[in-house]
Design a protein around this ligand. Structure first.
Ligand code: ADP
Length: 673
């Protein structure tokens, strides 16, 4: 039912010499009132056609049209109905048009009388997205069209509008035909007396000037309003950021607020924020605002060192924008411009603004604004200054984030320290006090009972010696670990035969086998293994500790085996496996914690300090290897694997011709440090 063609477009098509102009709503109100007042003040009975975009606009003017209807029986009022506006024949004709009709976007007033004719045929222009004046200042709505005293133009406009009325109210055909004959044909320019026509065609210059002043003052008002609105927007954003920084303990939340608010305020398709430093090669996009239908780039890695736009921003320490990525010479003139073009294509960029975030001259991150598809954006100075102000706030938030992360780190370290201290107290309480008590009891007995039988004296001495050794081991492990952790250990990496290191560490364990019931130990005899690059004394220490644990946690009828293989990535993998008590899957990582013992320090039956695996991990990491445990669970045995770099795979390392093996004595010496 609705007609998609605009009345203005039809008029411009019929009279191609017409040049439409821009009018503010306030000017159109003044012009319409002046045109209506002229009818009310005159003696003519003109044709009057008024078209309102909404019923509520008509309601504001209805009283005037009732008075105009007292002067002439040819008044037609068109409007899109909202409540009870209907097509009806009363004191004047009302025509309810379909709200989807093109005239719903237009404002028309046509007056054609015998003495004068004038018309106003305008179409509303859509306001740019993000223009703060659009919603807040109704009078700034802009229309484009014709306002004229030209009779020929007014008659043509009346003709087009009468046709549209006929479309909605075909029952008025006869009346419309009479109206057309009387006003559009008989009163058309050629039948008009020349002096009347001249007067109509050339309105009083005074009127013209008045309209110009009206327009100019409205424009000034608009500019002033825009600057106030921009300032207000800037202050609102800064306030939002400050509140977010003050209220949220989570800096990520603050950065999310920043992209969201900036993206919305500037009507961007995409607003990104990522952290980076001057020397970073790439950055990962962590915070993003997206307009409707715009694909996300969150989580993507953005090139920085190879990105000439990023480099230019760094060099100048200021924002850079490219309003048309397809038409900007910089996009092709930069060295490495292919990186830019690739980015432009993959993320569909048409306009691109890159704003650095500095804090005390140190780059903290980048804010980017994108326009996508075919829309281009020329960011104004005010907009860029707004983003830069927000960037300063973001810089504060990023520094706060860094401080927060450091604090978290420090907190964790403190907690770990506290745990260590607690464990140390528990261990000291148990591990040192128990053997000390034994030693004390033994020595007291020996001292107070000189007549004690020789064999009993020997038993007492052995018990005291064994517990003294247990204490020595704990203190030694504790010192070793603290030295390894503090980095105060001397490293002498050399080319070593793993087989010989294995033999050396086994000799201790096998010596124990003579005294205690230990499980069967199976070690492969492999002659063609490559040499490894490690400090021999520490490697023997690792092997000895793993073998010691395997024997300790496996019953004497069980089995301990060692396996060595190259992993194809320049590393040798050593596995110490046992068929013993196994480890629960959720403890496979915890066993490497300092002082971790399954039973807890105080219930320990197997002896040991809970420091062995922590020491192994420290040593292995030192040569760039890894250590991890595997087990299928309780009583299913365990496997401890670790890796060591092979000599051949080390590019700058000089391969030693023969393997050097540390002597048992030198190892002992080192462990005592
Ligand atoms: P400990 O001196 O107590 O052996 P470690 O750091 O060497 O200290 O080991 C820590 C804990 O890891 C042990 O107390 C034990 O609970 C577990 N663990 C180590 N090796 C094995 C193994 N081969 N089988 C089962 N559990 C083990």
């Amino acid at each position: 039912m609705s007609i998609p063609t605009s009345v203005l477009a039809e008029l411009l098509k019929a009279l191609p010499n017409l040049r439409p102009q821009m009018y503010f709503k306030s000017s159109l109100i003044a012009l319409s009132h002046a045109m209506e007042d002229r009818v009310l003040a005159g003696s003519d009975s003109p044709l009057a056609i008024a078209s309102f975009q909404r019923e509520r606009f008509y309601r504001q003017e209805a009283h005037r049209y009732r008075r105009i209807a007292e002067k002439t029986d040819r008044v037609y009022i068109l409007s899109a109905p909202e409540t009870d506006f209907k097509s009806h024949s009363g004191v004047y004709e009302t025509i309810a048009f379909d709200p989807t009709d093109a005239i719903a976007q237009e404002w028309h007033l046509v007056i054609v009388g015998e003495e004068y004719a004038n018309c106003l045929i305008c179409r509303e222009r859509s306001t740019p997205v993000g223009d703060p004046s659009s919603s807040a200042m109704d009078n700034n709505r802009r229309f484009e069209g014709i306002w004229t005293f030209d009779r020929a133009v007014s008659c043509k406009a009346a003709e087009i509008l009468l046709d549209r009325i006929l479309h909605y109210r075909p029952e008025l055909a006869e009346k419309i035909e009479q109206t057309q004959t009387k006003y559009c044909q008989i009163l058309a320019p050629q039948t008009i007396r020349p002096e009347v026509f001249d007067h109509a065609a050339h309105p009083d210059p005074f009127v013209q000037r008045l309209v110009t002043y009206l327009q100019a003052s409205q424009y000034k008002l608009l500019k002033a309003y825009r600057s106030i609105a921009a300032q207000e927007q800037k202050e609102r954003l800064i306030h939002l950021m400050t509140v977010a920084i003050r209220e949220s303990l989570d800096p990520e939340e603050v950065l999310d607020v920043a992209v969201e608010q900036l993206g919305q305020a500037l009507g961007a398709c995409r607003c990104l924020l990522y952290r980076c430093r001057e020397t970073d090669r790439t950055a990962t996009i962590r915070h993003e605002f997206l307009g409707a239908g715009v694909p996300s780039v969150k989580g993507q890695t953005w090139p920085l060192q190879d990105n000439p736009l990023f480099q230019a921003v760094l060099e100048r320490k200021e924002s850079i924008f490219v309003s048309d990525t397809l038409d900007d010479l910089r996009m092709t003139n930069f060295a490495q411009s292919s990186v830019l073009q690739e980015l432009v294509q993959t993320v569909g960029l048409s306009s691109w603004l890159v704003v650095p975030v500095f804090y005390k001259n140190r780059l903290q991150g980048i804010i980017e604004l994108h326009h996508c598809g075919t829309t281009h954006e020329e960011w104004t100075k005010e907009e860029i200054s707004l983003i830069e102000t927000i960037a300063t706030q973001v810089g504060v938030a990023l520094i706060q984030a860094e401080a927060y992360a450091n604090l978290e780190d420090l907190n964790q370290q403190l907690e770990a320290l506290d745990r260590t201290r607690y464990n140390l107290v528990a261990i000291t309480g148990h591990e040192l006090r128990t053997p000390l008590s034994t030693i004390q009891v033994c020595l007291e007995s020996l001292a107070s009972e000189p007549d004690m039988p020789q064999e009993l004296q020997q038993v007492m001495l052995n018990a005291a010696l064994s517990d003294a050794e247990r204490m020595r081991k704990l203190i030694q492990d504790f010192l070793t670990l603290s030295q390894l952790e503090s980095g105060r250990v001397e490293w002498n990496p050399e080319a070593l035969s793993i087989q010989e290191c294995l033999d050396l560490s086994l000799s201790n364990t096998l010596a124990r086998k003579v005294k205690e019931d230990v499980p069967q130990i199976v070690v492969p005899v492999t002659s063609n293994l490559p040499l490894v690059q490690a400090d021999g004394e520490w490697l023997v220490e690792v092997l000895a500790k793993l073998l010691d644990n395997a024997c300790k946690f496996t019953d004497s009828d069980g089995r301990v085996s060692v396996d060595v293989e190259t992993n194809g990535r320049g590393l040798l993998k050593v596995t110490v496996a046992d068929t013993g008590r196994g480890i629960e899957p959720n403890r496979l990582e915890t066993v490497f914690d300092r002082f971790y013992q399954e039973e807890g320090a105080l219930q320990r039956t197997t002896g040991g300090t809970g420091l062995g695996l922590a020491i192994c991990r420290q040593i292995i990491r030192r040569w760039g290897g890894e250590i991890w445990a595997e087990s299928e669970g309780k009583n299913k045995g365990s496997q401890f694997h670790f890796t060591i770099p092979i000599v051949e795979s080390l590019p700058k390392q000089k391969k030693e011709p023969a393997a050097k093996i540390p002597s048992a004595r030198s190892r002992k010496g080192k462990a005592k440090r």
